[in-house]
Write a protein that binds this ligand. Structure first.
Ligand SMILES: [Cu+2]
Length: 347
């Protein structure tokens, strides 16, 4: 049990002691600075001092949600380092062979400022690296398991059963490796995740990522954002205590996502929340177009709240009309208060 260190057990215990969770801890720490009205005379608890968001700041040297938001195929790494994990080679028909190096490793990750979770990761990060190809490309992934448990990579998309990473004889034991190879097909917004048993535990521990296949004729240019709705069961009781997009609870409450007024914004939204059957995205002050699973270029829906089941995903497009800060969050209010909430700033 290499991943459960004494330190991480303490962290988990610490979060449990917050009781109601992140928000419940706020009034005590923010004191009189917070609040939306006069505090009661006794200056005690109650809802008078509520504030949104977590106390403290993340260590972005460990994981930077701003980088994850706009990175694909290790584009956030310097060229030389990137070449260790990603290579592309032109093929005769004009498509590409895209080769990846993915390593499963146990790692403690920060899910709220100062709150750590003993995760199982792809390449040390949760979500794992975003894999992006174009319809008709060949994807080849050398998967190495340096973790303490058997793991796999199971991709959504067309592929032979031998490449599915789900059957008992397809488990990659610690110290082992496997070469996955398949066509990028169909175009759409997909995901990959570990398919070892017990499945919900292997996924929830952090082994998942975005697999995006672009259509041959690209979608219109846009400011593109990857948002993975995830959550963490910090006391392992089969229920989540911390919710987020891209792991870091309430991160974008303090560092709003910056977008340009009048420019098309495209959100690749993937739901990998375990234990809760559905999750959702609600954007304030606007409506957006929805492309379910991203497998069509025609929108199916114009809404301001989109609900996704476990493993479901959708492409969301909108354009910001007015300058200022727009809140976004799960419309399950409990998730929003426990970390799944942020701000987009249009300027
Ligand atoms: Cu696994």
């Amino acid at each position: 049990m290499r991943e459960i260190s004494r330190r991480s057990v303490l962290h988990v215990a610490g979060l449990g002691s917050l009781g109601g969770g992140l928000v419940a801890a706020l009034p005590r720490q923010h004191g009189a600075a917070a609040g939306h009205g006069a505090a009661p005379a006794e200056g005690g608890a109650g809802h008078y001092r509520h504030d949104l968001g977590v106390v403290g700041r993340f260590d972005k040297a460990r994981f930077d949600p701003n980088r994850f938001l706009r990175a694909a195929n290790f584009s956030d790494l310097p060229a030389q380092e990137r070449a260790r994990y990603y290579r592309e080679t032109p093929r005769a028909d004009g498509s590409l062979r895209r080769e990846y190096e993915i390593v499963a490793v146990d790692r403690e990750i920060e899910i709220a400022p100062g709150v750590y979770f003993p995760a199982w990761t792809y390449n040390g990060q949760v979500p794992g690296p975003t894999i992006r190809a174009t319809e008709g490309d060949v994807v080849r992934i050398r998967f190495v398991n340096e973790g303490s448990h058997p793991h796999t990579m199971h991709f959504h998309g067309w592929h032979p059963p031998a490449m599915d990473g789900s059957h008992p004889d397809q488990q990659v034991e610690p110290g082992g490796e496997f070469l996955y190879e398949f066509d990028a097909d169909p175009f759409g917004l997909h995901l990959y995740h570990c398919h070892a048993l017990p499945l919900k535990r292997h996924i929830h521990k952090g082994l998942y990522g975005v697999f995006l296949v672009d259509p041959r004729t690209p979608r219109p240019p846009a400011d593109e954002l990857f948002m993975v709705m995830n959550a963490f069961d910090t006391n392992f009781d089969g229920d989540n205590e911390v919710y987020a997009v891209n792991t870091a609870a309430h991160f974008h409450m303090h560092e709003p996502i910056r977008v340009r007024l009048g420019e098309l914004v495209r959100i690749y939204l993937v739901n990998v929340t375990e234990f809760d059957l559905v999750n959702s995205l609600h954007l304030h002050g606007m409506f957006f177009q929805v492309y379910r699973t991203g497998t069509s270029l025609a929108t199916q829906e114009v809404t301001d709240t989109l609900m996704l089941c476990q493993g479901e995903r959708a492409i969301v497009e909108t354009t910001f009309r007015y300058p200022g800060r727009y809140m976004f969050h799960a419309h399950q209010s409990e998730f929003a208060e426990l970390g799944w909430m942020g701000l987009i700033e249009a300027e």
